[in-house]
Design a protein around this ligand. Sequence first.
Ligand SMILES: NS(=O)(=O)c1ccc(C(=O)NCc2ccccc2F)cc1
Ligand SMILES: [Zn+2]
Length: 249
Amino acid sequence: MGLHYSHHKHCLTHHQSPININTRTAKYNPSLKPLKFSYDPKTAKRIVNVGHCFNVEFEDICDKSVLSEGPLDGHYRLCQFHFHWGSSDRDGSEHNIDGHLYPAELHIVHWNSKKYTSFAEAAKHPDGVAVVGVFLKLGNTNPALQSIIENLDKVKTKGKACPFTEFHLNGLLPEDLNYWTYMGSLTTKPYFECVTWIILQEAITVSSQQLEQFRRLQCTSENENPSFILENHRPVQPLDHRVVYSSCP
Ligand SMILES: NS(=O)(=O)c1ccc(C(=O)NCc2ccccc2F)cc1
Ligand SMILES: [Zn+2]
């Protein structure tokens, strides 16, 4: 999988993520709608160390927390969010903007609950998953991250989980909700090409000290010699013939 035969070009094309977003060649699409976030803080469930990062998981047995409008048809159900970071503050984001890297990137993961019955099922289809990417830029301590960071010592090693309820995800969104959007893939194995990527143009802040807390997570389980998740961002992939659309001119 992962190769699409585009007849008019008689070539096999990849639709992999992340990519470098060239803001000058992004195409303004006036038919793109504003994003609509409807998140219920009560659907937050737990934090899990999955080895290459930590996921903040949400209950997704019904459409209590959904993303709709924007480039999407229907509504996509929130299932988890996580971060990508680097071994230093100089890199860490997965997407780049005009070659610029941010120290980290938040991914808010949703799946198409109008057409599919689970994330795993949705991930097999090009319209199955929608991920909102939010860049983190170096600045003041971000208070909205503190409630997550103070729980990381409970999920230090791979496989560990802790309860995490009542989280206001809107607190991690910037004021300006303008975005770029393109069709791509999951950025970790199995790299399924199932993602409508929605990258917010405004970054939120994170402090150096908060990033240091991310790097203290371990990719090893508690009975192994400890090694740390110092970085977990995939290199940018070829854009090929894809077009990146912008919600604003
Ligand atoms: N970084 S990202 O592109 O936002 C991303 C989001 C979710 C996954 C994931 O759930 N993988 C496991 C998985 C479970 C079930 C079915 C397919 C899967 F990939 C991987 C990458
Ligand atoms: Zn991710």
